[in-house]
Ligand binder design. Structure first.
Ligand code: C5P
Length: 223
């Protein structure tokens, strides 16, 4: 059978990563977390003293870091210039800066090219999760899914992933999440958006297993 390409988009806290990883593992497909790539380039900018709010400085430096993503869904990896970035890209500092960096067109164009080449090289196909995969990166995907959930459900899920003090402050998590979604949805270059031909799945009242089952059924129907 031909390689199947699946695009899974949506705002933060809708279960994109957990769903995409499980679906890929179940079906023997690769997995690509594109948010991790934007986080990785952001981490590099912060480490190299680039002002993330200076779009010109970010654009000028965008091609310098070498970002490599491993696509095994049971052990996804990400490195920047050979350094393991999986831990550091999840800090609050990176999370707070990533929307500014990912809004810069030069950053998007470089990362989009990288994503397309990774998807094209996946032997059995791949599940790619992000914000603009169905709309911009892989417009010919075999299946496009757009996950949504209420702001309360999204904040509660995200809060459950954080530890200690960060998890305690649900209200702050909700505010930070809404701020990031607003920035991601309102930027000029390839904003967070549902592709016209994407299937929207509201996960507010669904368990993770139910979302996984739903997406697997959609893929089987599409391929
Ligand atoms: O999915 P995650 O929360 O890790 O994404 C981090 C950030 O990366 C998003 O808030 C967004 O700014 C950016 N992003 C993007 N396009 C994608 C995936 C993520 O702009 N396809």
């Amino acid at each position: 059978p031909a390689a199947v390409i699946v695009a899974i988009d949506g705002p933060a806290g809708t279960g994109k990563s957990s769903t995409s990883k499980s679906v890929a593992a179940k079906l023997g497909l690769g997995y690509l977390d594109t948010g991790a790539q934007y986080r990785a380039i952001t981490w590099w900018m912060l480490n190299n003293g680039i002002d993330v709010n200076d779009a010109t400085a970010v654009a000028d430096a965008a091609a310098k870091p070498v970002i490599v993503s491993g696509t095994d869904p049971s052990a996804p990896t990400i490195t920047v210039d050979g350094l393991d970035a999986a831990g550091p890209i999840r800090t609050q500092e990176v999370t707070a800066a990533v929307s500014a960096v990912s809004a810069v067109p030069e950053v998007r164009s470089l990362i989009t090219d990288l994503q397309r080449s990774i998807a094209a090289a996946a032997p059995n196909g791949i599940v790619v999760e992000g914000r603009d995969i169905g709309s911009t990166v892989l417009p010919d995907a075999d299946l496009k899914v757009f996950l949504t959930a209420s702001p309360e459900a999204r904040a509660a899920r995200r809060s459950g992933e954080l530890k200690g003090k960060e998890a305690a402050d649900l209200a702050a998590t909700r505010e930070a999440l809404i701020k990031r979604d607003t920035a991601d949805s309102s930027r000029k270059t390839s904003p967070l958006a549902k592709a016209d031909d994407a299937v929207e799945v509201d996960t507010t009242e669904l368990t993770l297993d139910q979302v996984i089952e739903c997406v697997v059924t959609l893929i089987e129907g599409a391929s």
